[in-house]
Design a protein around this ligand. Structure first.
Ligand code: ATP
Length: 271
């Protein structure tokens, strides 16, 4: 079943006549798929993610989540967005609230009773291996721990879709590898549909079932590559020949755009 449907989406920030930031984007993302959006700076990845999450409007085209239009209004839009969790590069935790109370925030907004809220928030912190840190304030946590709290918060209300915008972009390489392993474990357990924006080819291949490559001028999809590597993946997969083939295909797409035959990507190209 398709969870996210992006149909002919374009976006212009200026008045009519100014250059569009996104061209005609078409993507169907099935339930439970982990999709990485890869592209160089400014090609419109964040804008597309924000349109999918209802934080930005499209100039034309439609987006729906679970069959409910995000780009419409009223109850359908509310229904679509109630099923979406966000994790940004900036964790956006409230500095005066403990980890546990930050995770409870969306549950309080959804009017979950206090006792149940605490129980769910504790489960989520356990899920991201932070059960021991529930009382700590954001400034008492490391950058990686703060991002784990942000993931716990996004998962707290059990959304079907998780939109992640370079969530580990500001972290050092080792912490990033650890969080990628952790995110894979959580995804295998929860089976959410994930759209994950990244600049990193390695991170995209390691995490995703499918990597969608975008280029600017206007932002468009130039390749759509299925990553057929067994799960769970360990960090050692990055040293394999198949991993290197995938990164090669993606680097080529990032540099030169669509394959020479004009095909939309290289699905299954790596044997
Ligand atoms: N609110 C806005 N008003 C005007 N222009 C914007 C706005 N938001 C984004 N843009 C422009 O749209 C283009 C795409 O930006 P976007 O942030 O989506 O790219 P990106 O691929 O996510 O980049 P990065 O990887 O650097 O985060 C850029 O040229 C940016 O300057």
């Amino acid at each position: 079943m398709t969870t996210i449907s992006i149909g002919h989406v374009s976006k212009r920030f200026g008045p009519p006549g100014t250059a569009p930031v996104l061209g005609d984007i078409e993507l169907e993302i099935p339930e439970g798929q982990f999709v990485a959006l890869l592209g160089s700076s400014g090609c419109g990845k964040t804008t597309l993610l924000r349109i999918v999450g209802g934080l930005e409007s499209a100039t034309s085209g439609q987006v729906s989540i679970g069959g409910h239009p995000v780009t419409g209004g009223g109850a359908d839009r509310r229904k679509a967005l109630s099923d979406v969790g966000f994790v940004f590069q900036e964790h956006n935790l409230l500095p005066w609230r403990s980890a546990l109370r930050n995770v409870q925030l969306p549950l309080a907004q959804r009017r979950m009773p206090a006792r149940e809220r605490v129980e769910v928030a504790r489960q989520m912190l356990e899920l991201v291996s932070l059960g021991h840190a529930e009382r700590r304030l954001p400034h008492e946590l490391s950058g990686g721990m703060r991002q784990r709290v942000a993931i716990a918060r996004a998962l707290s209300y059990d959304p079907a879709v998780l939109l992640m915008d370079e969530p580990f972009g500001a972290l050092d390489a080792q912490t990033r590898d650890n969080l990628n392993l952790e995110l894979q474990r959580i995804w295998l357990e929860k089976q959410k549909t994930v759209v994950f924006v990244t600049h990193s080819i390695q991170e995209a291949v390691f995490l995703a079932d499918r990597v969608v490559v975008m280029q600017a001028g206007p932002g468009r999809v130039v390749a759509d590559v299925t990553i057929d590597l067994e799960r769970p993946r360990g960090v050692d997969v990055m040293a394999t020949a198949r991993f290197a083939e995938y990164t090669g295909v993606l680097r080529e797409a990032l540099t030169h755009g669509p394959a020479a035959d004009g095909a939309h990507g290289t699905n299954g190209a790596v044997a």
